[in-house]
Design a protein around this ligand. Structure first.
Ligand SMILES: [Zn+2]
Length: 351
């Protein structure tokens, strides 16, 4: 009696080890009402059906047929209507293989999508989700999402979720952003085609940008709050003492000798800030249609002496009479700011 129990246990363990070992591949069913048969061929008896987006461990493959592990027993289906996913995770996959994820949501694509108790098909199916159901992603591995909503928490195979959304990502929340309106007071900056001053354009953009970023939850700090002269030193000390996520110095260009020249550009001092400069420029160019003159190294005090992510942007040529007019309009300023915010969001999302 004693020996027999041990033998049973031994074979149980052997079976479990074997089952785990051979479930390295998975069949994802691609059609409804696919017949399950007792052997690898249409001459074998039908014992049931499987349906779209169900996932089963594969036990073996033979000449166009696969044997799959069903809830009860096993059966064979043709490989014509399945996708085979080689799930390297499934051998001993567990919760510790999952990387935490924040602010990502997924939407179930098909009715009766299987949710499992763990990140492999060797875990039990605990629930089914219907098309359109939204879940927050808690963690992920190469193959699996751990998902949750108010009703259920479980694991779903990534292949079943074709569309990923990241709608809830708001890169601005709680970010400290220092905006530096170039020039001011007796330092008027560049002179526009009709005698306008760069300092006024920069100030207008800064005010608009502050409003927008604040609305998105950012902590916005301005180096200059009025039309006043501010030393370069105090422009950089502010971002340096704060926990600054981005410092943006706002400028406009002028090239009176060639009034046809237009476009936007950005400067970075440290190579690490090239991405910030590029993302912001791309955001603006996309929103405004302005010519992107590119991001380049620039040896300017405000970016050289700021030891936080910092760039200097040139948002247009006020020496071009048409652009000078356009840049003064609220509509264009709003576009500039929208583009700038989109660029910053891109930067924070993929930093
Ligand atoms: Zn300037």
């Amino acid at each position: 009696m004693h020996i027999k129990k041990k033998t049973v246990l031994f074979f149980s363990i052997l079976f479990l080890a074997f089952a785990t070992l051979v479930s390295a591949n998975e069949a994802i069913i691609k059609t409804d009402n696919l017949n399950i048969r007792t052997g690898p061929g249409t001459n074998f008896e039908k014992i049931g059906q499987v349906h779209s987006d169900e996932v089963y461990p594969i036990l073996q493959e033979q000449e166009g047929w696969v044997e799959i592990e069903l809830t009860e027993g096993t059966g064979w289906v043709t490989d014509e209507y399945i996708n085979i996913s080689s799930n390297k995770d499934s051998k001993g996959a567990n919760q510790s293989d999952m990387e935490p994820v924040t602010e990502k949501t997924i939407t179930i694509q098909h009715d009766n999508t299987q949710l499992r108790d763990g990140p492999s098909t060797s875990y039990e199916i605990i629930d089914f989700a219907n098309e359109g159901t939204k879940f927050n992603v808690l963690s992920e591995s190469n193959e699996w999402y751990e998902i949750a909503n108010d009703d259920v928490t479980g694991y779903v195979l990534k292949q079943l979720i074709k569309k990923e959304e990241s709608t809830s990502f708001n890169g601005m929340n709680n970010k400290t952003i220092v905006i530096d309106a170039g020039h001011g007071g007796r330092d008027v900056g560049a002179i526009g085609a009709t005698g306008t001053h760069e300092k006024d354009f920069a100030f207008k953009t800064t005010q608009e940008l502050k409003q927008e970023l604040t609305a998105l939850g950012a902590n916005v700090v301005l180096t200059r709050k009025n039309d006043e002269f501010i030393s370069l030193g105090s422009r950089t000390s502010l971002p340096n003492i704060l926990d600054t996520d981005a410092f943006i110095s706002i400028h406009y260009n002028s090239f009176p000798e060639m009034p046809n020249v237009t476009g936007i550009g950005a400067y970075f001092y440290d190579d690490q800030n090239e991405k910030l400069a590029k993302d912001v420029l791309q955001g603006i160019a996309k929103e405004t249609g302005a010519r992107n003159r590119g991001a380049t190294f620039g040896d300017f005090h405000v970016i050289r002496q700021t030891f936080k992510p910092s760039i200097l942007v040139e948002l247009g040529f006020i020496s071009n009479p048409e652009k000078e007019q356009l840049l003064q309009t609220n509509a264009y300023q709003k576009k500039l700011v929208t583009g700038l915010v989109n660029g910053l969001n891109e930067y924070f999302a993929n930093k």
